[in-house]
Design a protein around this ligand. Sequence first.
Ligand SMILES: *Cc1c(COP(=O)(O)O)cnc(C)c1O
Length: 369
Amino acid sequence: MAIRAPRKLIRPLIQRLQAYVPGEQPKIPGLIKLNTNENPYPPSPKVLAAVRAAVDGRLRLYPNPSASALRERLAKLHGCAPENLIIGNGSDELLALATRAFVEPAAKLKSQISATQIQFFSPSYSLYPVLAKIAGAQCNAIPLNADFTLPALASLPQRGWNFKAALSFITTPNAPSGCGFSVTELDALCAKSRGVVVLDEAYVEFARENALALALKYPHVIISRTFSKAYSLCFQRIGYFVGHSTLIAALDKVRDSYNVNGLGQVAALATLDDLPHYQRNFRRIVATREQVTRELTGLGWRVLPSQTNFILARPPRFSAKNWLAKLRAKQLLVRWFKYPKVRNYLRISIGSEPEMKQFVKAARQIGAK
Ligand SMILES: *Cc1c(COP(=O)(O)O)cnc(C)c1O
């Protein structure tokens, strides 16, 4: 029998899949990286010391399989029980686990759209449609208002939002717009929802309010958080969900036994021991964000009000794509998405104060030519 071409060995769904495209991570000396919303400031000295101190013979051993010390600390912080928490290899892993635990593949249940449906607003985190495709789910992307606010609750059904969808992802504050949604409107949306709602609060530390209370109020609402952005730990891959113990137990069943690396657990615990350090860091980034917003507005940019550590801004004179290239020529890397609603905008992560001074200087020079 002839050996089959490797391609034939792959599930058709995976053959067709367009993978998620992460932001570039170029290692070019002098390049100012404002494209993936990393925190410009390093982890606190105490966190770095804790990680260094943990690099010893114990790397030989498996880490705590359920990150129990970290879950206990987070439970205290959030006023819930450890059973309300699951830690992931970044929150991305948990988002994927949610699709596995809560959604039926569409092929199995054609008649029951809701059980096979993953929905989210558009634009939002571009990983969601990829996760939906991998899960073989039916994907329901509903546009936000033109100004990136949440459509009024009463208008959602006629816009195609399905309150019975098995799983809804809501990025709040939104990415890539940076705009915040109020807890009041999220509460009303959750109250009407019959499926699982994941409120993805990846940037919430830079926002005015957070919706954690909704995960403790409603049994079908989960809050997703990460140590990546606010706590400068992208490299360590630590995210978590807060939700009803029954949903958390279901997610726990489908995760890998040792999904969270040991040094990541050490780093996250040390972070929680040094929260005031990080709160100063958030205030600093927010102050830089507001300063850059004022300066770019003065240069004719349209900057959306941000509650995150990045801004979405429409530059003047040239197309956003053109600006991307012109900024790159000046060693400034930002993000441009080619999908229709945001193709006239650039997403700019808030860097350190000197980095943002350089950004504004470059914006002034390019805009004047
Ligand atoms: C960065 C980001 C995440 C993923 O964070 P990790 O914890 O690093 O996996 C999740 N959701 C949104 C909206 C993000 O921007």
